[in-house]
Design a protein around this ligand. Structure first.
Ligand SMILES: Nc1nc2c(ncn2[C@@H]2O[C@H](COP(=O)(O)OP(=O)(O)OP(=O)(O)O)[C@@H](O)[C@H]2O)c(=O)[nH]1
Length: 232
């Protein structure tokens, strides 16, 4: 059921293999040298941003998540072609009242953006142009990779957004499209593949090492499978 496109160049062809996950992650103290990439996850409230990031960083479906306030941080370190790559994932709040004081921080020094909608919510899909426009307003450079993820594909009976419509929108922005489910255990590897594909893209295009964010005076980054709230 999961699909992905390779719009434009084939830079986004999924290059994940089972081997790349076999020994991909490591504990913080095992990885003295790692490049760090900041990825923000954006979209309407309730589309499953928290569950998707938790699925990738924690390996499980998070039952009963609470609405994100400000931002939650999750990290996962991968070993790609012998190099450690740390993905620092910013799970942003979908609700305006929980995000407005944080928006500037979301976009600062971002390396990649994941736009999420819920395939069972047409409204969340129709909001995407606003989210995309918000990035433009915050001067995110065009070369920063962006991908589109339709979540909750397990809700087959209540789907409101067809793959065709989503693909058309993705094509209009030249974004790769992925459809998946944070809930469905069978989709676990596909969720991994989405993030890994982005990680490979970043690894090959970003030579510079990112310092810890300047916001670190008020933001504590959490361990690999935990998260931290920031309400600023
Ligand atoms: N059926 C189904 N439900 C999901 C899936 N992912 C998340 N959910 C549910 O959707 C609801 C919202 O999930 P969250 O991950 O908190 O959504 P969010 O986008 O982070 O929401 P905000 O923090 O308010 O921005 C929860 O009830 C989840 O259990 C999925 O893949 N399938």
């Amino acid at each position: 059921m999961a699909i992905e496109n390779t719009t434009g160049s084939n830079e986004f062809a999924t290059i994940y293999t089972r081997d790349s996950l076999a020994n991909d992650s490591c504990q913080e103290y095992d990885c003295p040298q790692s490049r760090v990439f900041k990825i923000i996850v954006i979209g309407d409230s309730n589309v499953g941003k928290t569950c998707l990031t938790y699925r990738f960083c924690g390996g499980k479906f998070l039952e009963n998540p609470e609405a994100t306030i400000g931002v939650d941080f999750r990290e996962r370190t991968l070993q790609l072609d012998g190099e450690y790559i740390k993905l620092q994932i910013w799970d942003t709040a979908g609700q305006e009242r929980f995000r407005k004081s944080m928006v500037e921080h979301y976009y600062r020094n971002v390396h990649a953006i994941i736009f999420v909608y819920d395939v069972s919510s047409l409204a969340s899909f129709e909001s995407l142009p606003e989210w995309i426009e918000e990035c433009v307003r915050h001067s995110v450079p065009p070369m920063v990779p962006r991908i589109l993820v339709g979540n909750k594909c397990d809700l087959r009976g209540t789907r409101e957004v067809s793959t065709f419509s989503a693909q058309r929108l993705a094509d209009s922005y030249n974004f790769p499209l992925f459809e998946t489910s944070a809930r469905d255990p069978a989709e676990k590897e596909h969720v991994d593949a989405i993030f890994l594909t982005l990680a490979y893209r970043l690894k090959n295009h970003k030579p510079l090492r990112l310092k810890q964010p300047s916001e670190s005076s008020f933001i504590q980054l959490a361990g690999q499978q935990e998260n931290t709230h920031c309400l600023c």
